[in-house]
Ligand binder design. Structure first.
Ligand SMILES: [Zn+2]
Ligand SMILES: [Zn+2]
Length: 399
């Protein structure tokens, strides 16, 4: 793809246009924050998003994957079609920020900033509808249920890109720890695959004073957990990334009883399918062999989650060029590294070329923390970025 980028930089009409309504969008973001909704329950959010988009002249398709929305705006004779996606769901977390606009839904919190992603795309949507300088078809995807890794899959299963064809799709995530309003781009694998295993190590319970009459599953699991460390250090190529974490272990309830079984829950992450396959082979094999060596048994339920998010090179180069043409060069992070978190936008990138990028969220607590705080100062630059990306992609002379 040959990106033809407008040479202007600094204060421009997009910047002033977005600034004109910024207060309303900050208020909207805080409203969404107060009423967070869990995966596939984003009814209030979805209604609000659809109402705004309709009022700005978009053709709005609702109830895709339940609460999902695709808004379309075609202009001029341009043949190209670009999609930008935002996610809308919150997490089952009790907010502890103490903010005046903290969650009013007990036990539910926008702790990943999807309220911000939705607002950013709406701010861009309004500008593009009212003043956007483009020729082609713009599609805005508001996706449910990212946090449980199901929303993108469901939208695709319901024919997202057959009903709403596009040439490329883009998305973004805010990132705490990166200066607010800075941009990060990663070609190729940008976020990890995520798989889970629930492993039950079954022994033979008995009296804690007579271990020789039983088979102790606690000892077998301790040995398994230790052996598990060799998967990353001895099986996976040292040049590749892999994570194996035991995040949960449960057994027994008394000091003097050898329990019947132990249940472990693991998460596995990788950037490549080859490593992902290797983990899927090695983790169960070790569980079974380790258990057996103690006379116990391992029942392994290995649950494939979603693949690594792999950005397409040309579209990533394009996305980066747009940022360089829009902002001061120091706001484009140098050598931004892939993240070991996961993102179900990966499924969209398996069907369409595109890129997932990162916008710094400053010194907030981490994503999924009870104290996470979306930085409203990133709404304007990120919305401005989406406008510039859409306008640059959708030009008559751009192939
Ligand atoms: Zn999240
Ligand atoms: Zn997220």
């Amino acid at each position: 793809m040959n990106a033809l980028i407008h040479p202007s930089r600094g204060l421009d009409s997009v910047e002033t246009g977005i600034a004109a309504h910024l207060d309303e969008f900050i208020a909207l973001r805080r409203d969404l924050h107060q009423y967070p909704e869990l995966a596939f329950q984003e009814r209030r959010t979805s209604k609000l998003v659809a109402a705004h988009l309709s009022s700005w002249g978009y053709e709005v398709a609702t109830e895709i994957a339940g609460t999902g929305i695709v808004a379309t705006l075609a202009r001029g004779n341009g043949k190209r079609r670009v999609a930008v996606r935002a996610d809308m769901d919150a997490l089952p977390i009790e907010e502890a920020t103490g903010l005046s606009y903290a969650s009013k839904n007990p036990g539910v919190m926008h702790a990943c900033g999807h309220d911000g992603h939705t607002t950013i795309l709406l701010a861009a949507a309004r500008y593009l509808a009212e003043s956007g300088n483009f020729s082609g078809t713009l599609r805005l995807i508001f996706q449910p249920a990212e946090e449980i890794g199901a929303g993108a899959r469901k939208m695709l299963a319901e024919g997202l890109f057959e009903r709403f064809p596009v040439d490329a799709v883009f998305g973004l995530h805010n990132w705490p720890g990166v200066p607010a309003g800075h941009f990060g781009f990663v070609a190729d694998a940008a976020m990890a695959s995520v798989d889970q295993a629930v492993i039950r190590i079954v022994g033979k319970g008995g009296h804690g004073a007579e271990p020789h009459r039983g088979v102790d599953p606690v000892l077998a699991s301790a040995s398994f957990i230790t052996a598990l460390q060799s998967v990353v250090s001895r099986n996976v190529d040292p040049q590749d990334m892999a994570v194996v974490t035991v995040g949960s272990i449960h057994a027994g309830s008394a000091s003097n009883v050898i329990p019947e079984s132990v249940e472990l829950k693991l998460t596995m992450r990788a950037f490549s399918q080859a490593v992902r396959d290797q983990l899927q082979q090695r983790v169960p094999a070790l569980a079974r062999a380790q258990a057996e060596s103690f006379g116990a048994r391992a029942d392994v339920d290995y649950r494939l989650g979603f693949p690594a998010l792999v950005n397409h090179r040309d579209e990533t180069a394009f996305a980066r060029e747009v940022a360089l043409a829009t902002f001061e060069p120091e706001r484009i992070e140098k050598d931004f590294r892939p993240r070991t978190a996961s993102e179900d936008f990966a499924f969209m990138l398996q069907q369409k070329p595109g890129s997932y990028l990162f916008v710094g969220n400053g010194e907030s607590a981490p994503l999924h923390s009870t104290r996470y705080d979306f930085d409203d100062t990133i709404i304007a630059p990120a919305a401005r970025y989406w406008v510039r990306l859409a306008e640059t992609f959708l030009t008559d002379d751009n192939g």
